[in-house]
Design a protein around this ligand. Sequence first.
Ligand code: GLN
Length: 305
Amino acid sequence: MDYSILEPLIRESRNQCNEGKVASYIPELSKVSGDLLGITVHEVGKDPVTAGECMPKFTLQSISKVFALLLALIDRGEQQVFEKVGMEPTGDMYNSLMKLEIVTPGKPFNPMINAGAITVTSFIEGDNVNERFERILSFIQKLSGDDSIYYNEKVYHSENHTAHRNRALAHLLKDNGILEGDVEEHLEVYFKQCAIETSCTNLARMGMILANGGKDPETSEQLIPKRYVQIAKTFMITCGMYNASGEFAIEAGIPAKSGVSGGILAVAPNMGIGVIGPALDRKGNSIAGIRLLTRLSEEWDLTIF
Ligand code: GLN
């Protein structure tokens, strides 16, 4: 791959930043600058390459949904997970309550929206809240090859104190018979997984493992069963960018998952990509990040279609 195009593409894409806004509904997230844009590309069997201005660390937010899903599948298997969470895109915002009310039996449409992700998180095994969270954390540490990864307590508390909508979703799920056990405990694990801090390099490596079918190319260890990687990548294509997933699939054509911190994890053929650009569009995706991945996909012909 010709890495010399990365810096010019970043310069070009960064112009989009002033059309977006940094997330503020989680107050702690609003403290970063909106005009940063950075990327790391990690091809299987090569060293990662970084360009632009990657913030040293940012929280995963919804990107964590991919890893919670993978771990829940490992813990419980497909049948149990998909009994409670669907496989279809919603066309609604990620935090929408609407379809939980009108569609029987009130089951979330997919694991990439908040309602689906809170349900998926409730499946992670462990004797208590701490153990369940620690298992997600160590899974992410293992995939990224970085055991210094931890969660940001300020971001966690900031979300926990303001999460009226997620609480409403979770209680509705409990009332619908989808969520079992203690609602607040599931929310605590969910908010903490969203607050896990990673870098573009971490994201790119995790993406590279997914691009490699779940196998760590350095150790040849199969970290995730291939079938589950395939499920996760399919959800990333159909639902990973929420109600902008169709357009992103046409324009960039690569499985990707965004988070409201402005991070994007993308899994292109034979490579993982991590992007950070905190200014978001109206659907909650990094505005310059989408542009950058779209342009990169054009230049390197990355579309899977
Ligand atoms: N923690 C965020 C929330 O639940 C994640 C949402 C997102 O990144 N889109 O609202």
